[in-house]
Ligand binder design. Structure first.
Ligand SMILES: C[S@@+](CC[C@H](N)C(=O)[O-])C[C@H]1O[C@@H](n2cnc3c(N)ncnc32)[C@H](O)[C@@H]1O
Length: 189
């Protein structure tokens, strides 16, 4: 394990959590790097749902999954992650958000505070007991700064009997460097 940045810290934790046959959600598919990662982790018996609001993201992800031989276990959905509960029919072990815009696309199409809050709330309900919701936040742009403040406030109010919430930031990086929110639902046992 190497402390590199918020995104890779999430991956290191998911490496310890995800098992073959699990269900998982990529709430922000983008160019499909995280979707492919999840598909590889859950294996051919697992299932992945991936969301984006841009057709270009679905096209790039479809190709990445086909090249990686993992397309069979992934459902690509052109809809907002705020609607994930309408599609996901099995409690996921992990739900991954990597907020912001498609790096190769129009930077005006970015995740928005209202739908991000709705989607993270939906994810907290959907994730299985013991499962993890991971949210990588980029406060270096105006909407990302709003998302950071609003998510922090929402998560500070999360029911302590149902969720453990960790807010991670690197103390020696710039103040607006990416943050990672990790939300684990309490196990039933
Ligand atoms: C930083 S990128 C994700 C990177 C991606 N995880 C990867 O591995 O390449 C953020 C993505 O979120 C998408 N997005 C924006 N609003 C969304 C929404 N309401 N629901 C789902 N995806 C959304 C953007 O279109 C963009 O592709």
């Amino acid at each position: 394990m190497k402390l590199r940045n918020a995104r890779y810290l999430a991956r290191d934790l998911l490496d310890t959590l995800l098992r073959p046959g699990d269900a998982a959600v990529d709430a922000t598919m983008g160019n499909g790097h995280d979707t492919l990662y999840l598909a590889q982790k859950v294996g051919e018996r697992g299932r992945v749902w991936a969301f984006d609001v841009q057709q270009a993201a679905l096209d790039a992800t479809k190709k990445r999954l086909e090249d990686g031989g993992c397309a069979d276990r992934v459902r690509l959905i052109l809809d907002s992650h705020a609607n994930m509960a309408a599609y996901v029919d099995e409690p996921p072990a992990a739900i991954l958000f990597n907020l912001g815009w498609l790096p190769t696309g129009d930077h005006c199409v970015t995740t928005r505070t209202d739908s991000t809050l709705a989607a993270v709330s939906a994810a907290m309900e959907l994730v299985r007991p013991g499962g993890l919701v991971s949210v990588c936040i980029y406060p270096g742009h105006a909407e990302g700064a709003r998302e950071k403040l609003a998510l922090r406030q929402m998560l500070e109010e999360a029911d302590i009997h149902r969720f453990n919430v960790l807010w991670c930031e690197f103390a020696n990086q710039r103040q607006d460097s990416p943050k990672l929110a990790l939300i684990q639902k309490e196990s039933l046992s």
